[in-house]
Structures are given as C-alpha cells and as structure tokens.
Design a protein around this ligand. Structure first.
Ligand code: ZN
Length: 219
C-alpha cells in the first residue's frame, strides 16, 4: 500500500513515503521525565513506511504488548532530495509541516534498553506513526510554534518548538549526513514532555499553532 500525503487544503502529493526519520530526547523536559540523560549529539532512529497510517482514520494500538505511549511531534514533509545538506538547503526542501504521533511500546522499549538492544520493535511496528495532514511551511514559524495534544478532552502535552535541543533545520541537515531524505519522507522532531498511555477508544486532538487541529481516535 502506498501512503498518500494530504494537505489541509485538500491537495495530495504522490511522492512515495520511504521512511520516517525520528529524533529521541530532543526536549530536555521529556528526557528528564523518562530519567534519560540529554544526548550530546542527536539520537536518530527510523520508522519504516509500513508504520505510517493517517490520523484521518482511527489508529489501532497493539494489545497485550504492555503500555503504548503517545508522543506528539512536529512533522516535516520533505519535498526535495537532501544529501549532506546545509540548513539553507534543508529550509528549501520543506514541503509541508504537520504533526505525527511517535507511538511507543514503552514497557517493551524499557526492556530493550535494559538489554542493550535496538528499539525497532517498540517504535517501528505497523501503525506506530499516525500522521496528520500538512500545512504550507510559510504558515509556521519553525522555531516558535506550539504543539498540543488533548486526550479525552484533557490537555496532556503542550510544548513549543523553541524548546528543541536540535532545532528543525539543524536536525534536517544533521540527519541528511547519514540518510538521504527523499521527497515524501517525513522527519519527526521529538516530543515535548507529558507523554503517557493511549488506550483503545481514547479521543485525541492534536494542534499545531493556530494552523492545524486534527481529531482522531485510538481503536
Ligand atoms: Zn518521539
């Protein structure tokens, strides 16, 4: 199945989604809430295209694998190839800005971390990356935009991109030195504090500044 990116104005793009490049612990307050040290260089991992689903549909949370946590993150849609790019090239390549949920099997991740093993099973399972539609990058100030999540009517995450340890353009440039970013790829930029469990039937509303508000549901 090919995932088709949507824009909030109804436009779609046909770029194939190859991967989602993610950064861990990009907000100091979130690193602290999980008792993790703040990394000295960006901590990157990848979710495959098979992890991506649209927030326009209810997203399925795994059963019987321990707690599933939400992490609400600013999502960058790449529109031009980036290889060892500088920040100016990265800025040119941004085709859209939206939100993603970096769903995490937290109990499993804790066990994998303890065993010194990679996180893939906890972060990259089918459905582990619900994505919103995107808005034009012209409408968002990447270094100062609010990211919010409400679960069942309660505000659970409320962060600002100004709190990122590695800001968006620096992150895109850094990531492109390891992984070529292709049109259709998405970069998730880390979660602010407030992560917690998401369960079937929870109602979620994610907000990006005053530009995007998307309602979705766990099933
Ligand atoms: Zn995350």
């Amino acid at each position: 199945m090919v995932y088709q990116h949507q824009f909030d104005d109804g436009r779609t793009v046909d770029w194939p989604l190859g991967k989602v490049v993610c950064i861990g612990r990009n907000y100091a307050a979130h690193a602290a809430e999980l008792n993790n040290p703040i990394p000295t260089t960006p901590l990157l991992f990848i979710k495959p295209a098979s992890a991506v689903v649209s927030m326009a549909e209810p997203f399925r949370v795994p059963r019987d694998l321990g707690e599933v946590h939400f992490e609400t993150e600013l999502a960058i849609l790449i529109g031009q190839p980036l290889t060892r790019a500088d920040e100016a090239q990265a800025a040119e390549a941004i085709a859209g800005v939206g939100l993603g949920l970096d769903l995490t099997l937290r109990d499993l991740q804790d066990a994998l971390k303890k065993a010194g093993q990679p996180w893939e099973k906890a972060k990259s399972f089918d459905g582990a990356c619900p994505l919103s539609s995107f808005v034009s990058p012209d409408t968002i100030n990447l270094t100062d935009c609010q990211i919010r999540l409400h679960v069942n009517g309660e505000l659970r995450q409320d962060g600002n991109s100004s709190q990122m340890l590695t800001p968006v353009l620096e992150l895109l440039s850094y990531a492109s030195h390891f992984f070529t970013l292709n049109p259709g790829d998405v970069v998730l930029t880390g979660t602010p504090a407030g992560v917690g469990p998401v369960r079937p039937d929870d109602q979620l509303v994610v907000e990006l500044a005053d530009q995007l508000q998307v309602e979705t549901r766990a099933s």
